[in-house]
Design a protein around this ligand. Structure first.
Ligand code: UDP
Ligand code: MG
Length: 137
Protein backbone atom coordinates (compact mmCIF):
# COMPACT_ATOMS: atom_id res chain seq x y z
CA UNK A 1 0.00 0.00 0.00
CA UNK A 2 1.18 3.50 -0.86
CA UNK A 3 -0.12 6.91 0.19
CA UNK A 4 -0.24 10.06 -1.88
CA UNK A 5 -1.39 13.60 -1.24
CA UNK A 6 -4.14 15.24 -3.30
CA UNK A 7 -5.91 18.60 -3.41
CA UNK A 8 -9.23 19.49 -4.98
CA UNK A 9 -8.23 23.02 -5.94
CA UNK A 10 -10.24 26.27 -5.51
CA UNK A 11 -11.56 26.33 -9.10
CA UNK A 12 -13.14 22.88 -8.64
CA UNK A 13 -14.54 23.51 -5.14
CA UNK A 14 -16.01 26.84 -6.33
CA UNK A 15 -17.79 25.12 -9.23
CA UNK A 16 -19.11 22.36 -6.93
CA UNK A 17 -17.14 19.63 -8.66
CA UNK A 18 -15.79 18.09 -5.43
CA UNK A 19 -18.41 15.35 -5.35
CA UNK A 20 -17.70 14.27 -8.92
CA UNK A 21 -13.95 14.23 -8.27
CA UNK A 22 -14.37 12.25 -5.03
CA UNK A 23 -16.55 9.74 -6.90
CA UNK A 24 -13.78 9.23 -9.49
CA UNK A 25 -11.26 8.74 -6.67
CA UNK A 26 -13.37 5.98 -5.09
CA UNK A 27 -14.38 4.39 -8.39
CA UNK A 28 -10.70 4.07 -9.26
CA UNK A 29 -9.89 2.06 -6.15
CA UNK A 30 -8.41 4.69 -3.85
CA UNK A 31 -9.23 4.66 -0.14
CA UNK A 32 -9.58 8.09 1.45
CA UNK A 33 -7.24 7.93 4.47
CA UNK A 34 -7.69 11.61 5.36
CA UNK A 35 -9.83 14.49 4.11
CA UNK A 36 -10.57 18.04 5.17
CA UNK A 37 -11.80 21.34 3.75
CA UNK A 38 -9.56 24.28 4.56
CA UNK A 39 -8.67 27.69 3.15
CA UNK A 40 -4.92 28.15 2.76
CA UNK A 41 -3.32 31.39 3.80
CA UNK A 42 -1.02 32.95 1.23
CA UNK A 43 1.96 31.92 3.38
CA UNK A 44 0.74 28.32 3.63
CA UNK A 45 0.35 28.16 -0.16
CA UNK A 46 3.87 29.57 -0.61
CA UNK A 47 5.29 26.97 1.78
CA UNK A 48 3.50 24.14 0.04
CA UNK A 49 4.76 25.21 -3.40
CA UNK A 50 8.25 26.31 -2.23
CA UNK A 51 9.92 24.11 -4.88
CA UNK A 52 8.34 26.42 -7.47
CA UNK A 53 9.35 29.71 -5.78
CA UNK A 54 11.63 30.76 -8.65
CA UNK A 55 9.12 29.92 -11.40
CA UNK A 56 7.33 32.75 -13.24
CA UNK A 57 3.91 31.36 -12.31
CA UNK A 58 4.63 31.16 -8.54
CA UNK A 59 2.88 34.38 -7.41
CA UNK A 60 -0.25 33.79 -9.44
CA UNK A 61 -0.33 30.14 -8.34
CA UNK A 62 -0.16 31.06 -4.64
CA UNK A 63 -2.85 33.72 -5.06
CA UNK A 64 -5.09 31.19 -6.82
CA UNK A 65 -4.52 28.45 -4.23
CA UNK A 66 -5.39 30.76 -1.33
CA UNK A 67 -8.38 32.60 -2.86
CA UNK A 68 -11.07 30.17 -1.61
CA UNK A 69 -11.30 26.78 0.15
CA UNK A 70 -9.68 23.56 -1.01
CA UNK A 71 -10.23 19.93 -0.05
CA UNK A 72 -7.00 18.20 0.96
CA UNK A 73 -6.81 14.42 0.82
CA UNK A 74 -4.51 11.57 1.69
CA UNK A 75 -5.24 8.71 -0.72
CA UNK A 76 -4.21 5.09 -0.27
CA UNK A 77 -3.82 2.37 -2.88
CA UNK A 78 -1.16 0.17 -4.39
CA UNK A 79 0.83 2.47 -6.70
CA UNK A 80 -1.20 5.45 -5.40
CA UNK A 81 1.28 8.15 -6.44
CA UNK A 82 1.51 7.20 -10.12
CA UNK A 83 -2.13 6.11 -10.38
CA UNK A 84 -3.43 9.42 -9.00
CA UNK A 85 -1.22 11.35 -11.44
CA UNK A 86 -2.67 9.24 -14.28
CA UNK A 87 -6.25 9.86 -13.13
CA UNK A 88 -5.60 13.63 -12.92
CA UNK A 89 -4.02 13.93 -16.35
CA UNK A 90 -1.37 16.35 -17.62
CA UNK A 91 -0.78 19.70 -15.88
CA UNK A 92 -2.06 21.55 -18.95
CA UNK A 93 -5.61 20.31 -19.66
CA UNK A 94 -4.98 20.89 -23.37
CA UNK A 95 -2.50 18.00 -23.19
CA UNK A 96 -4.50 15.79 -20.82
CA UNK A 97 -5.87 12.41 -21.91
CA UNK A 98 -9.63 12.06 -22.45
CA UNK A 99 -11.43 10.94 -19.31
CA UNK A 100 -8.93 12.50 -16.92
CA UNK A 101 -9.98 14.96 -14.23
CA UNK A 102 -8.00 17.81 -15.74
CA UNK A 103 -9.29 17.16 -19.26
CA UNK A 104 -12.88 17.07 -18.03
CA UNK A 105 -12.83 19.82 -15.38
CA UNK A 106 -9.78 22.12 -15.56
CA UNK A 107 -10.19 25.75 -16.63
CA UNK A 108 -6.59 26.21 -17.83
CA UNK A 109 -2.98 25.26 -16.98
CA UNK A 110 -3.15 27.15 -13.66
CA UNK A 111 -6.72 26.45 -12.57
CA UNK A 112 -6.40 22.75 -13.19
CA UNK A 113 -8.75 21.42 -10.51
CA UNK A 114 -6.43 18.99 -8.73
CA UNK A 115 -2.98 18.40 -7.26
CA UNK A 116 -1.06 15.17 -6.77
CA UNK A 117 2.34 14.31 -5.31
CA UNK A 118 4.83 13.47 -8.08
CA UNK A 119 7.16 11.11 -6.16
CA UNK A 120 7.51 9.28 -2.81
CA UNK A 121 9.74 12.05 -1.42
CA UNK A 122 7.16 14.66 -2.42
CA UNK A 123 4.34 12.70 -0.76
CA UNK A 124 6.50 12.40 2.37
CA UNK A 125 6.69 16.22 2.54
CA UNK A 126 3.13 16.99 1.44
CA UNK A 127 1.09 14.56 3.55
CA UNK A 128 2.43 15.78 6.93
CA UNK A 129 2.22 19.41 5.73
CA UNK A 130 -1.55 18.99 6.15
CA UNK A 131 -2.25 15.88 8.23
CA UNK A 132 -1.08 14.59 11.58
CA UNK A 133 -0.64 10.82 11.91
CA UNK A 134 -3.80 10.68 14.06
CA UNK A 135 -5.87 12.15 11.19
CA UNK A 136 -5.03 9.31 8.80
CA UNK A 137 -7.07 6.14 9.14
N1 UDP B 1 1.20 25.97 -13.07
C1 UDP B 1 0.92 27.15 -13.73
N2 UDP B 1 1.60 27.41 -14.90
C2 UDP B 1 2.53 26.57 -15.43
C3 UDP B 1 2.81 25.38 -14.74
C4 UDP B 1 2.12 25.11 -13.58
O1 UDP B 1 0.10 27.93 -13.30
O2 UDP B 1 3.11 26.86 -16.47
C5 UDP B 1 0.49 25.66 -11.81
C6 UDP B 1 -0.58 24.57 -11.96
O3 UDP B 1 -1.66 24.86 -11.08
C7 UDP B 1 0.18 23.33 -11.53
C8 UDP B 1 1.02 23.89 -10.40
O4 UDP B 1 1.42 25.18 -10.84
O5 UDP B 1 -0.68 22.29 -11.13
C9 UDP B 1 2.25 23.10 -10.03
O6 UDP B 1 3.03 22.89 -11.21
P1 UDP B 1 3.65 21.47 -11.53
O7 UDP B 1 4.60 21.65 -12.65
O8 UDP B 1 4.17 20.87 -10.26
O9 UDP B 1 2.39 20.63 -12.07
P2 UDP B 1 1.56 19.42 -11.42
O10 UDP B 1 2.53 18.59 -10.62
O11 UDP B 1 0.49 20.02 -10.56
O12 UDP B 1 1.00 18.67 -12.60
MG1 MG C 1 3.86 19.14 -9.17
Amino acid sequence: MERTFAIIKPDAVERKLAGQILARIEENGFTIAGMKKIQLTRKQAEGFYCVHSERPFFNDLCAFMSRSPVIVLCLEKENAIADWRTLMGATNPANAEPGTIRKDFAVNIEENSSHGSDAPETAAFEIPYFFSALELV
